[in-house]
Design a protein around this ligand. Structure first.
Ligand code: SF4
Ligand code: SF4
Length: 324
């Protein structure tokens, strides 16, 4: 969370409604997107721009993370019976790396096979094996991958990406727009099939000159959305209504950046608080947040791929010929 978000989070308590005045429970929307983040915060990489680099989780944290993820997965599975008519998309956004843990792979496989789950995706550094994806329904499972040039060689990351293409997995590849990543990003863009989208996130706190921005825009045709934070206070945002953030205890918030609680997933109390409401924060600078701002056109830009960050023009595998 940036400083503006932290300052605005206090406003959010009011936006969520005063205790005791909660309206009657609503049903779920026809399509619900859940952004799930459990207690896991360990990662096998050591990116200098990440507060979770090389962190180790204690065994009890890993056990708690596994139990929490399994509970969440059960809840999603049970919606087929308890909320028929609601389709669900899930994006796992762990603080660290989830796919090196068996329970995230198991959850991806299970959720992908449920008829009422439209999409299940996870943010990953792609350090782990990928063969398990063959067990997923690949019309539903997808990956949001990030290439960290300081942590993995070009060849090793590209080999994983090529294997995803061979398996028919839908995925995006991202790079953090640090100046010393530019050549590596260009090389990766040239090596990936044209049909694989490479996105660029503006580096935290970095102001880009027009020339610098043009260089990144040449790699990611949608970089201009990331270059500057989006002023968001008072604007309609789908979070809190058809998009919800869920933590390992089932606490529901509208998004990962607004701290005000909306209730709990598992006791159903969140159903009394969800509904359309404006963003309470000054700005939104993270793609997993502002993609849901109704004032932007990103649901059109990413139609069919909002969760895994694949724009409409990049579509499904086969992605075209693999460069030699
Ligand atoms: S791969 Fe992601 S979670 Fe791991 S250290 Fe790098 S930025 Fe952090
Ligand atoms: S624009 Fe939406 S996602 Fe971003 S901080 Fe505001 S409410 Fe959250």
């Amino acid at each position: 969370m940036n400083a503006a978000d932290a300052a605005g989070a206090a406003d959010a308590a009011g936006a969520a409604g005063a205790p005791g005045s909660a309206p009657p429970a609503r049903g779920l929307p026809s399509h619900l997107t859940l952004l799930y983040r459990g207690p896991l915060a360990s990662c096998d990489y050591d990116c200098p721009y990440c507060p979770f680099a090389k962190r180790r989780d204690r065994p009890e944290t890993l056990r708690a993370d596994r139990a929490a993820l399994e509970r969440f997965t059960d809840w999603v599975a049970d919606r087929e019976r308890e909320h028929p008519g609601t389709r669900i998309s899930v994006l796992f956004t762990p603080w660290g790396e989830g796919l090196v843990r068996s329970w995230y792979r198991t959850a991806m496989v299970r959720l992908s096979r449920l008829p009422h789950v439209e999409r299940v995706a996870i943010q990953t550094n792609l350090s782990g094996r990928v063969e398990w994806l063959a067990g997923c329904d690949l019309d539903t499972a997808a990956l949001w991958t990030t290439y960290h040039p300081g942590e993995v060689t070009h060849e090793r990351f590209l080999a994983k990406a090529r294997r995803l293409v061979e398996l028919g997995v839908r995925f995006s590849v991202g790079v953090v727009g640090e100046p010393d990543h530019l050549e590596a990003a260009r090389r990766m863009r040239a090596a990936l099939p044209e049909g694989v989208y490479l996105w660029v996130n503006a580096a935290e706190g970095r102001a880009y000159t027009d020339a610098e921005a043009a260089a990144w825009q040449g790699l990611d045709p949608h970089f201009h959305y990331s270059r500057h934070p989006h002023a968001s206070r008072g604007l309609p945002c789908r979070t809190g209504d058809s998009v919800l953030s869920v933590d390992g205890d089932g606490n529901v918030r509208r998004c990962h950046f607004v701290d005000a609680p909306l209730g709990n997933l598992y006791d159903g109390s969140f159903l009394r608080r969800i509904g359309p409401r404006a963003c309470p924060l000054a700005s939104c600078d993270c793609h997993i947040g502002y993609v849901h701002l109704e004032s932007l056109d990103l649901y059109d830009v990413f139609r069919g791929g909002v969760v895994e960050r694949v724009p409409a023009e990049f579509g499904r595998p086969p992605f075209g010929l693999l460069p030699a």
